[in-house]
Design a protein around this ligand. Structure first.
Ligand SMILES: *Cc1c(COP(=O)(O)O)cnc(C)c1O
Length: 421
């Protein structure tokens, strides 16, 4: 469920008409619903608790939507943060999320990033390889600290979905094998600068079938049992994120309740705390991208292009993952037309969709890309020197700009012409 409905002034986010936000902030603009973010987080956590999972750590995956105001909404409800860079750790801390609820993941953490995370006192660093474990031990040693580490295991399970967001096969770059995990865990237990606290997995994103998750989690359970049987201390099993969301072109994904019930079954009786790293399922349907039609361009042979002021630099998912976004008129229109929906960027890839049946549009109309709250603004760039798209958070009938659109002066001021040119 989300809070984007048609009202007297057209499509609204909670009590704020999108047309009004577009007029005041300009387009393109991302608009998020605080109530939807809160609802998605609460539904996810409550489903876990209802399935018998005691005190789960729900560490929201910051990369899905990393705006500090979004993080604060979730953090205030008890969310932790799954982070993949020093920048994301800093964002989570700036949002008031306590370090003991921050997980630091990522395949290539640098020495500096590890040092920062250790000084901040994060809950665990999820280790992705043996050389990384060695680096963490050295950095912790230099700081005179004991690093809490968890081992990210690659469970060698195909999660389905787009190849660019599958992470759980052994050919992917993520994590260590089960055999390596057991060996490294035992080694780390004997290292004065390391404190192994658990194991973790994350098999991919936009997963719409529980079977591969169940298979991966069952393997993870086996690993935890093996480590415990070897007399090692295991406090936490981190089951990652990846639960899919409806993008309205595919079958309904499993609900958080179905997911939680499956987790409850697979982990029943296991004497460790569970952690989760949901991103998309919290943020995707809590946000839209609002854009204005610049031109309707009809080719002589009949193809109609809807040229928008939003482009692949603002929302890259269609270009990068062939992703589908439902596109709705902000002011309802009757009738039908078939469009290729494109942005102004000089790339053929700057095509949001082809041959989409939509209401007929004219220049100046507003459209909303639905389900754009995750991996939307977070992946935006300034390609073609298009100012970074702003973000707005709605709460009832009030709203605030939570990231300003930069001015051209600000953009140009970042570049420096050396005196020797
Ligand atoms: C991307 C990522 C997530 C979040 O994935 P979603 O599909 O957005 O839920 C969680 N954990 C890790 C390690 C990730 O890389």
């Amino acid at each position: 469920m989300n809070h984007f409905e048609y009202g007297p002034e057209g499509l609204a986010c909670e009590g704020a008409p999108l047309a009004r936000i577009a007029a005041e902030v300009g387009t393109p603009v991302y608009v998020y619903s605080r109530a939807t973010l809160a609802r998605h987080f609460t539904v996810f956590r409550d489903a876990l608790v209802a399935a018998g999972i005691v005190d789960p750590l729900v560490a929201y995956a910051v990369k899905a939507n990393s705006n500090v105001a979004v993080l604060k909404v979730l953090g205030d409800l008890g969310a932790g943060a799954d982070t993949v860079s020093e920048g994301e750790v800093r964002r989570a801390l700036a949002a008031g999320i306590p370090a003991e609820r921050i997980v630091f993941s990522g395949v290539g953490k640098t020495r500096r990033e590890i040092e920062f995370a250790l000084r901040a006192g994060v809950a665990e660093i999820n280790v992705e390889s043996e050389p990384e474990l060695d680096l963490i031990a050295r950095v912790a040693g230099a700081l005179g600290l004991r690093a809490k580490v968890a081992f990210r295991v690659n469970p060698d399970v195909a999660a389905g979905g787009h190849a660019k967001i599958a992470t759980g096969k052994s050919e992917n770059k993520f994590g260590v094998s089960f055999a390596e995990a057991a060996r490294l865990y035992a080694n780390a237990s004997n290292n004065a600068n390391l404190e192994p606290v658990g194991v973790a997995c994350h098999i991919g994103s936009q997963i719409t079938d529980l079977a591969p998750m169940r298979a991966a989690f069952a393997k993870m359970r086996g690993l935890v049992e093996q480590l415990l049987a070897e007399g090692l201390s295991v406090e936490r099993l981190d089951l990652g994120g990846g639960l899919g969301v409806p993008y309205f072109n595919n079958p309904e994904p499993p609900s958080p309740a179905d997911f939680a019930a499956m987790v409850g079954e697979v982990t029943k009786g296991l004497p460790v705390k569970l952690a989760f790293e949901p991103g998309r399922v919290i943020a995707a349907n809590a946000g839209v991208l609002v854009s204005e039609v610049i031109h309707v361009h009809e080719r002589p042979e009949g193809r109609k292009f809807l040229v928008l002021d939003a482009a692949m630099n603002d929302l890259v998912r269609p270009a990068m993952y062939d992703a589908f976004h439902d596109i709705r008129p902000v002011i309802p229109r009757t009738g039908e037309a078939v469009y290729d929906v494109v942005g102004p960027v000089c790339e053929t890839g700057d095509t949001f969709t082809r041959d989409r049946v939509l209401p007929p549009f004219a220049a100046g109309d507003l459209v909303a890309f639905m389900s754009a709250g995750a991996y939307g603004a977070a992946m935006a760039s300034e390609y073609n020197t298009r100012p970074l798209v702003p973000e707005v958070l709605v709460d009832g009938d009030r709203y605030a700009v939570i990231r300003q659109r930069p001015t051209y002066d600000e953009i140009l001021a970042r570049d420096v012409i050396p005196e020797w040119i």
